[in-house]
Write a protein that binds this ligand. Sequence first.
Ligand code: SF4
Length: 234
Amino acid sequence: MSGWEPVREGRPSVTVDRAEALRYLGYAGQPISDELSGRMEDLFAACERTCNPAFVYRVFPLAPVDGGLALEGSGVVLPGTDIARHLKGARSVAAMAATAGLASERELRRLSATNGLDAMVYGAGASSIAEAASDACNAAIVAEARSAGFYTSWRYSPGYGDLPLDVQPSIVRALDATKRIGVTVTPTNLLVPAKSVTALVGLFDEPREDRRSCAGCSCAPYCNLRKAGTPCYR
Ligand code: SF4
């Protein structure tokens, strides 16, 4: 995985993580009526029926350039000290995009025009689906990296630290993500569908100090390495 690799795509089967969706809604243990609970469950189930989650990723060699780190041959340059620290020592980087799918955007717009509460709950469910698709993509990257002898960092998204959102258009272009999974970028660098994610995963020759256990790893539900008892950090 040290040179140009084919783009990988996936259509993961994922569900709404109810606890995570409730957290997105600001839930902190307050009582919920049976009526509201039933309504939310209906909306989460609708979310699972309507979303069409997908991901795409590709590995690029990494090189320092004026203004940041370049994903060679992609047109992507990552500025900022935080991503430089996160990728220090990386041999290459997997750029990824994941989405809850275009149907989620359409449904969210329809609900926003008719019922604000339903739109909020559906949106929280769709955010959870997008996050799960990202986890599935991340797990696929980790597995491919290990089969090639590399260790990975946690995924890092534009908007974290001082990595600006304005790198998103170049990541989407480098992955051909519009054609492959229907993700586009607005002039203000926001993703459409809104329930989409771009991120970067570093590939290293040595295990990472910050990855020593599967406990708390969001990739765990999708991780074949964990299931096989051959975790990515050994
Ligand atoms: S679940 Fe374990 S093996 Fe899989 S990516 Fe996470 S830390 Fe690595």
